[in-house]
Design a protein around this ligand. Structure first.
Ligand SMILES: N[C@@H](CCC(=O)N[C@@H](CSO)C(=O)NCC(=O)O)C(=O)O
Length: 219
Protein backbone atom coordinates (compact mmCIF):
# COMPACT_ATOMS: atom_id res chain seq x y z
CA UNK A 1 0.00 0.00 0.00
CA UNK A 2 1.35 3.41 -0.94
CA UNK A 3 2.06 5.84 1.90
CA UNK A 4 -0.61 8.49 2.49
CA UNK A 5 1.18 11.73 3.41
CA UNK A 6 -0.70 14.93 4.27
CA UNK A 7 0.81 18.23 5.39
CA UNK A 8 -1.35 20.67 7.36
CA UNK A 9 0.16 23.88 6.06
CA UNK A 10 0.01 27.66 6.10
CA UNK A 11 1.90 28.89 3.06
CA UNK A 12 3.86 31.81 4.69
CA UNK A 13 5.04 29.59 7.55
CA UNK A 14 8.80 29.03 7.62
CA UNK A 15 8.21 26.01 9.83
CA UNK A 16 5.97 24.39 7.21
CA UNK A 17 8.43 25.27 4.44
CA UNK A 18 11.02 23.18 6.29
CA UNK A 19 8.81 20.10 5.95
CA UNK A 20 8.17 20.78 2.26
CA UNK A 21 11.92 20.96 1.61
CA UNK A 22 12.51 17.67 3.45
CA UNK A 23 9.66 15.90 1.60
CA UNK A 24 11.04 17.31 -1.66
CA UNK A 25 14.55 16.08 -0.88
CA UNK A 26 13.17 12.61 -0.24
CA UNK A 27 10.94 12.62 -3.32
CA UNK A 28 7.79 11.98 -1.28
CA UNK A 29 4.39 12.78 -2.83
CA UNK A 30 2.06 14.48 -0.38
CA UNK A 31 -1.18 16.42 -0.13
CA UNK A 32 -1.06 19.96 1.25
CA UNK A 33 -4.03 21.28 3.21
CA UNK A 34 -4.03 25.02 3.86
CA UNK A 35 -5.12 26.08 7.33
CA UNK A 36 -6.76 29.37 8.33
CA UNK A 37 -4.99 30.06 11.60
CA UNK A 38 -7.75 32.43 12.65
CA UNK A 39 -10.30 29.65 12.13
CA UNK A 40 -8.53 26.34 12.68
CA UNK A 41 -10.00 23.21 11.11
CA UNK A 42 -11.33 20.33 13.22
CA UNK A 43 -8.61 18.20 11.55
CA UNK A 44 -5.83 20.46 12.88
CA UNK A 45 -7.37 20.52 16.37
CA UNK A 46 -7.67 16.72 16.27
CA UNK A 47 -4.17 16.09 14.86
CA UNK A 48 -2.34 18.60 17.11
CA UNK A 49 -4.57 19.06 20.18
CA UNK A 50 -1.68 20.21 22.40
CA UNK A 51 -0.17 23.10 20.43
CA UNK A 52 -2.93 23.51 17.81
CA UNK A 53 -0.23 24.71 15.39
CA UNK A 54 0.91 23.89 11.87
CA UNK A 55 2.87 22.17 10.42
CA UNK A 56 1.47 18.76 11.16
CA UNK A 57 2.57 15.81 9.05
CA UNK A 58 -0.08 13.08 8.85
CA UNK A 59 1.54 9.81 7.72
CA UNK A 60 -0.97 7.01 7.10
CA UNK A 61 -3.34 8.71 9.54
CA UNK A 62 -0.74 9.25 12.28
CA UNK A 63 0.12 12.89 13.18
CA UNK A 64 3.63 14.24 13.85
CA UNK A 65 3.91 17.83 15.12
CA UNK A 66 6.81 20.31 15.61
CA UNK A 67 8.83 20.95 12.45
CA UNK A 68 12.25 19.84 13.74
CA UNK A 69 10.70 16.61 15.03
CA UNK A 70 8.93 16.14 11.68
CA UNK A 71 12.28 16.57 9.88
CA UNK A 72 13.87 13.84 12.03
CA UNK A 73 10.86 11.58 11.42
CA UNK A 74 11.05 12.09 7.64
CA UNK A 75 14.82 11.48 7.67
CA UNK A 76 14.40 8.19 9.55
CA UNK A 77 11.35 6.85 7.72
CA UNK A 78 12.55 7.71 4.20
CA UNK A 79 16.23 6.98 4.75
CA UNK A 80 16.88 5.81 1.19
CA UNK A 81 18.20 9.16 -0.06
CA UNK A 82 19.34 12.68 0.81
CA UNK A 83 20.14 12.26 4.52
CA UNK A 84 19.36 15.42 6.50
CA UNK A 85 20.99 14.47 9.79
CA UNK A 86 24.56 13.12 10.22
CA UNK A 87 24.81 9.48 11.28
CA UNK A 88 27.72 10.29 13.60
CA UNK A 89 26.20 10.97 17.06
CA UNK A 90 28.44 13.95 17.82
CA UNK A 91 27.95 15.58 14.39
CA UNK A 92 24.21 14.96 14.81
CA UNK A 93 24.20 16.65 18.21
CA UNK A 94 25.94 19.72 16.75
CA UNK A 95 23.51 19.92 13.83
CA UNK A 96 20.55 19.72 16.22
CA UNK A 97 22.19 22.37 18.44
CA UNK A 98 22.19 24.86 15.55
CA UNK A 99 18.68 23.91 14.42
CA UNK A 100 17.54 24.52 18.00
CA UNK A 101 19.44 27.85 18.07
CA UNK A 102 17.55 28.95 14.94
CA UNK A 103 14.26 27.90 16.56
CA UNK A 104 15.02 29.81 19.75
CA UNK A 105 15.98 33.03 17.93
CA UNK A 106 14.93 33.86 14.39
CA UNK A 107 11.13 33.61 14.41
CA UNK A 108 10.59 35.54 17.64
CA UNK A 109 13.16 38.27 16.94
CA UNK A 110 12.06 38.56 13.31
CA UNK A 111 8.46 39.06 14.47
CA UNK A 112 9.55 41.96 16.66
CA UNK A 113 11.28 43.48 13.63
CA UNK A 114 8.33 43.35 11.19
CA UNK A 115 5.76 44.35 13.86
CA UNK A 116 7.66 47.65 14.20
CA UNK A 117 6.80 48.41 17.80
CA UNK A 118 8.97 50.36 20.26
CA UNK A 119 11.48 47.47 20.57
CA UNK A 120 12.14 47.32 16.82
CA UNK A 121 15.64 48.85 16.94
CA UNK A 122 16.71 46.43 19.66
CA UNK A 123 15.22 43.53 17.69
CA UNK A 124 17.10 44.57 14.52
CA UNK A 125 20.35 44.49 16.50
CA UNK A 126 19.54 41.09 17.97
CA UNK A 127 18.59 39.70 14.56
CA UNK A 128 21.87 40.83 13.00
CA UNK A 129 23.84 39.35 15.91
CA UNK A 130 22.10 36.00 15.45
CA UNK A 131 22.57 36.01 11.69
CA UNK A 132 26.26 36.93 12.12
CA UNK A 133 26.64 34.03 14.59
CA UNK A 134 25.12 31.69 12.00
CA UNK A 135 27.32 33.17 9.28
CA UNK A 136 30.37 32.41 11.45
CA UNK A 137 29.13 28.83 11.92
CA UNK A 138 28.75 28.46 8.15
CA UNK A 139 32.32 29.72 7.69
CA UNK A 140 33.72 28.69 4.31
CA UNK A 141 31.43 25.68 3.91
CA UNK A 142 29.07 25.57 0.95
CA UNK A 143 26.23 24.57 3.26
CA UNK A 144 25.80 24.09 6.99
CA UNK A 145 25.64 20.39 6.12
CA UNK A 146 28.96 20.62 4.29
CA UNK A 147 28.91 19.67 0.59
CA UNK A 148 25.13 19.21 0.66
CA UNK A 149 22.23 20.78 2.56
CA UNK A 150 21.40 19.23 5.93
CA UNK A 151 18.99 19.84 8.78
CA UNK A 152 20.48 23.25 9.68
CA UNK A 153 20.16 24.50 6.10
CA UNK A 154 16.56 23.22 5.99
CA UNK A 155 15.80 24.84 9.35
CA UNK A 156 17.15 28.26 8.36
CA UNK A 157 16.61 28.82 4.64
CA UNK A 158 12.81 29.32 4.91
CA UNK A 159 13.39 32.39 7.05
CA UNK A 160 15.33 34.00 4.18
CA UNK A 161 12.00 34.51 2.36
CA UNK A 162 11.15 36.85 5.26
CA UNK A 163 14.40 38.86 4.98
CA UNK A 164 12.85 41.35 2.53
CA UNK A 165 9.97 41.94 4.98
CA UNK A 166 12.34 42.38 7.94
CA UNK A 167 14.49 44.80 5.91
CA UNK A 168 11.58 46.81 4.53
CA UNK A 169 9.67 47.06 7.81
CA UNK A 170 12.89 47.78 9.70
CA UNK A 171 14.57 49.96 7.07
CA UNK A 172 17.92 48.13 7.15
CA UNK A 173 19.98 45.73 5.01
CA UNK A 174 20.71 42.16 6.11
CA UNK A 175 23.01 41.64 3.12
CA UNK A 176 25.22 44.56 4.22
CA UNK A 177 25.94 42.78 7.51
CA UNK A 178 25.78 39.14 6.39
CA UNK A 179 26.84 38.91 2.73
CA UNK A 180 28.00 35.28 3.03
CA UNK A 181 24.71 34.19 4.55
CA UNK A 182 22.75 35.88 1.77
CA UNK A 183 25.02 34.17 -0.78
CA UNK A 184 24.40 30.81 0.97
CA UNK A 185 20.61 31.32 0.70
CA UNK A 186 20.95 32.07 -3.01
CA UNK A 187 23.05 28.89 -3.43
CA UNK A 188 20.40 26.80 -1.69
CA UNK A 189 17.67 28.13 -3.98
CA UNK A 190 19.75 27.79 -7.15
CA UNK A 191 21.05 24.28 -6.45
CA UNK A 192 18.07 22.63 -4.73
CA UNK A 193 14.68 22.45 -6.43
CA UNK A 194 13.26 21.23 -3.11
CA UNK A 195 14.19 24.66 -1.70
CA UNK A 196 13.16 26.85 -4.65
CA UNK A 197 9.79 25.04 -4.87
CA UNK A 198 9.07 25.29 -1.14
CA UNK A 199 9.82 29.01 -0.68
CA UNK A 200 7.29 31.64 -1.73
CA UNK A 201 8.59 34.83 -3.35
CA UNK A 202 9.72 37.40 -0.73
CA UNK A 203 7.24 39.92 -2.13
CA UNK A 204 4.37 37.46 -1.49
CA UNK A 205 5.56 37.21 2.13
CA UNK A 206 5.77 41.03 2.34
CA UNK A 207 2.22 41.43 1.04
CA UNK A 208 1.06 38.90 3.66
CA UNK A 209 2.95 40.78 6.39
CA UNK A 210 1.32 44.09 5.40
CA UNK A 211 -2.14 42.44 5.46
CA UNK A 212 -1.36 40.91 8.86
CA UNK A 213 -0.13 44.26 10.24
CA UNK A 214 -3.41 45.85 9.13
CA UNK A 215 -5.38 42.98 10.74
CA UNK A 216 -3.39 43.47 13.97
CA UNK A 217 -3.97 47.23 13.88
CA UNK A 218 -0.25 47.95 13.48
CA UNK A 219 -0.67 50.16 10.39
N1 LIG B 1 7.72 25.11 17.02
C1 LIG B 1 6.71 24.97 16.02
C2 LIG B 1 6.22 26.35 15.61
C3 LIG B 1 5.04 26.27 14.65
C4 LIG B 1 4.29 27.57 14.56
O1 LIG B 1 4.61 28.56 15.25
N2 LIG B 1 3.27 27.58 13.71
C5 LIG B 1 2.43 28.77 13.57
C6 LIG B 1 2.36 29.22 12.11
S1 LIG B 1 3.91 29.75 11.60
O2 LIG B 1 4.11 31.06 12.37
C7 LIG B 1 1.02 28.43 14.02
O3 LIG B 1 0.50 27.37 13.70
N3 LIG B 1 0.40 29.39 14.73
C8 LIG B 1 -0.97 29.19 15.14
C9 LIG B 1 -1.15 29.64 16.58
O4 LIG B 1 -0.14 30.10 17.16
O5 LIG B 1 -2.27 29.53 17.08
C10 LIG B 1 7.28 24.20 14.81
O6 LIG B 1 8.49 24.26 14.63
O7 LIG B 1 6.51 23.53 14.08
Amino acid sequence: MEDEVVLLDFWPSSFAMRVKIALGEKGIKYKCKQEDLFNKSPLLLEMNPIHKKIPVLIHNGKPISESLIILQYIDQVWNHKSPLLPSDPYQRSQALFWADYIDKKIYGIGRRVWMGKEDQEEAKEELMQCLKTLERELGDKLYFGGQNIGVVDVALVPFTTWFYSYETCGNFSIEAGCPKLVAWAKRCKENYRSVSEALPHPIQIYEYVMELKKRLGLV
